[in-house]
Design a protein around this ligand. Structure first.
Ligand code: ARG
Length: 565
């Protein structure tokens, strides 16, 4: 069965000099219902046809054969607007959702294309703190969104596991480290001695030199030093994996900065050969003044490589290994300049695919107060926040529904979901303030509200046994509150697509809030269980479709939905 949108595209197809994909890309959903369901803008055609857009729209309106599922076609300004015939529209949308189930909203536009997603990228021997939440959950959600659209995704945790700081850590460890304590509580203990190092180094300047020497020893492959670095790395990774396990987030590759240690020379040579490497105060840089940017430092005056050098090497390694269509760097806005510089260097090297490197920047999370239980120092461990969310969710369930089966599992889904949603709800670029009351609220614009609605939908469906979907009359749903829900349901595939075009999971979050609000309005004013059979079964058919779309949307955000709550 063709969707209404496909019918609209076909109707336009033979009358314009554009192919299916181009028409599809142009078609918009009008901002309000009076303007119909789909609209085709004629501004682009106006350039090639040398006619005013409204004239083209008018001519098209005369030429087009109206498909059966369309009630009328109108010209509004430079747009040609299509009004769906409501019963047809409802039938097609609901049948399509039922038929496609968990695939509703997916597509194969990305077939054969590889997308590399660089996200999370915590630093070893440092805490996995709340600041890493956005990159981690946004990256994971984009991974799922692109996969849903048929792309081949490669998720990379580009660990911060190389640099002078690890020399300092080794010095600190040799002075104050306690193996038993470290084994028990690896990251917290390593952070403690690292902080101590910095305090002491303020008084005793020679410590910094010792730290540099120790890092040089790692680089030179001195056994004792390499072993210690590896040990720090291993215990950090297993801690990160444990926390990522709680989030149910996975990676295809853990190649971090150290992986590129022996892969930087070719890039540095190529920069030299292309005449892009300049000496400046002993360091080697790529000048970016033509773009009003500070230079990108490739080698420090002591010959050491930098974060940017390793990122450059990583780009070429990824190009070779994954032949990427795009790399999406999900990293905080603080690194805007770093990525701008990096991409410009690739551009100056003469690679047109520099434009396929995208910094998907996210804002910062701060805490409303210290009520989160900040442990020593300023970092708030994500781990602590997650456990607290789960226990708070459990407390709420104990209060509201103590008899609930599988309370622990449900509170895990609710607690973890709430934390994830807090970072997926607003435009990613926005800074946000984390507050428990806002995050774990069953009525606000939260994941709990969506999950709670989902559980209620499941429960009403269970109460009406009609496994064969008998007696559905779609015309009963083609008006009022139920039709509002149908229209929102129909939008889902376009929502997923815009989320991918804008690298913006919040488009899906916002949509899900709108959908459950609209559903709840329908549910409130349109009794289901007490209605006579035909109406009851028809309304249940709508519930089933909402259930599918909510679940699909939530799973693209990486959030689970319990069937009972
Ligand atoms: N480890 C870095 C940090 O915590 C983020 C790395 C992001 N990815 C990259 N390829 N540079 O700031």
């Amino acid at each position: 069965m063709k969707t209404i949108k496909e019918e609209v595209i076909n109707a336009i197809l033979n009358h314009v000099n554009l192919d299916k994909n181009e028409i599809e890309r142009l078609i918009e959903i009008p901002p309000n219902d009076d303007m119909g369901d789909y609209s085709f803008p004629c501004f682009q055609l106006s350039k090639t046809l040398r006619k005013a857009p409204h004239i083209i729209a008018g001519e098209l309106a005369d030429k087009i054969t109206k498909p059966e599922c369309i009630e009328k076609i109108c010209v509004i300004g430079g747009y040609l607007n299509f009004y769906a015939e409501k019963v047809n529209f409802t039938t097609i949308v609901l049948k399509k959702i039922q038929e496609q189930g968990e695939n509703f909203g997916s597509s194969d536009v990305g077939k054969g294309k590889n997308i590399v997603l660089d996200y999370c990228a915590t630093n070893i021997a440092k805490p996995f703190h709340i600041g890493h939440l956005p990159t981690t959950v946004i990256g994971n959600s984009l991974y799922k969104i692109f996969k849903f659209l048929g792309y081949n995704c490669v998720g990379i945790n580009h660990l911060g596991d190389w640099g002078t700081q690890f020399g300092k850590l080794i010095v600190a460890y040799k002075k104050w480290g306690n193996n038993a304590e470290i084994e028990k509580n690896p990251i917290k203990e390593l952070v403690k001695i690292y902080v101590k190092f910095h305090k002491e180094a303020k008084i005793d300047k020679s410590l910094d030199d010792e730290g540099r020497a120790a890092f040089k020893a790692i680089e030179d492959g001195k056994d004792e030093y390499v072993k210690l670095w590896k040990w720090f790395r291993d215990i950090s990774i297993s801690e990160f994996k444990r926390i990522l396990g709680v989030l149910k987030i996975d990676f295809d590759s853990w190649n971090g900065e150290s992986f590129f240690n022996d892969k930087m020379e070719p890039v540095i040579n190529e920069l030299k050969e292309k005449g892009l490497l300049q000496e400046s105060q002993g360091a080697h840089i790529v000048d970016l003044s033509e773009f009003n940017m500070p230079p990108c430092i490739i080698l420090r005056s002591d010959g050491a490589t930098l974060y940017a050098t390793r990122d450059l090497a990583a780009i070429f390694y990824r190009k070779e290994t994954y032949d990427f269509h795009k790399i999406l760097y999900c990293v905080a806005t603080q690194q805007n300049l770093h990525f701008q510089q990096l991409f410009k260097v690739i551009e100056k090297m003469g690679y047109p695919w520099a434009e396929n490197l995208v910094h998907v920047a996210n804002g910062m999370i701060s805490l409303e107060s210290s009520s989160m239980g900040t442990r020593q120092g300023t970092a708030v461990f994500l781990d602590d926040v997650l456990s607290e969310a789960v226990s708070k969710a459990l407390a709420i369930i104990e209060e509201k529904n103590p008899e609930l089966e599988g309370k622990e599992e449900v509170s895990r889904m609710v607690g973890i979901g709430a934390i994830k949603f807090s970072a997926l709800k607003n435009k990613r670029i926005k800074d946000s303030v984390f507050a428990w009351e806002k995050v774990l609220n069953f009525e606000g614009e939260t994941s709990c509200y969506i999950q709670y609605t989902y559980a209620r939908i499941c429960s009403v469906i269970k109460k009406v046994e009609n496994s064969e979907d008998l007696g559905i009359n779609y015309s009963l749903l083609a008006e009022g509150d139920s039709y509002d829900v149908v229209k929102l349901l129909a939008k889902f595939p376009d929502i997923v697509e815009s989320a991918s075009n804008e690298y913006e999971p919040s488009i899906i979050s916002k949509y899900l809030i709108d959908l459950v609000q609209s559903y709840n309005k329908f549910y409130h004013f349109n009794p289901i269980l007490s209605s006579e059979d035909e109406l009851k079964y028809s309304r249940i058919a709508l519930c089933k479709a909402v259930k599918i779309v909510v679940k699909n949307g939530m799973s693209l955000l990486g959030i689970e939905c319990p069937e009972r709550m």
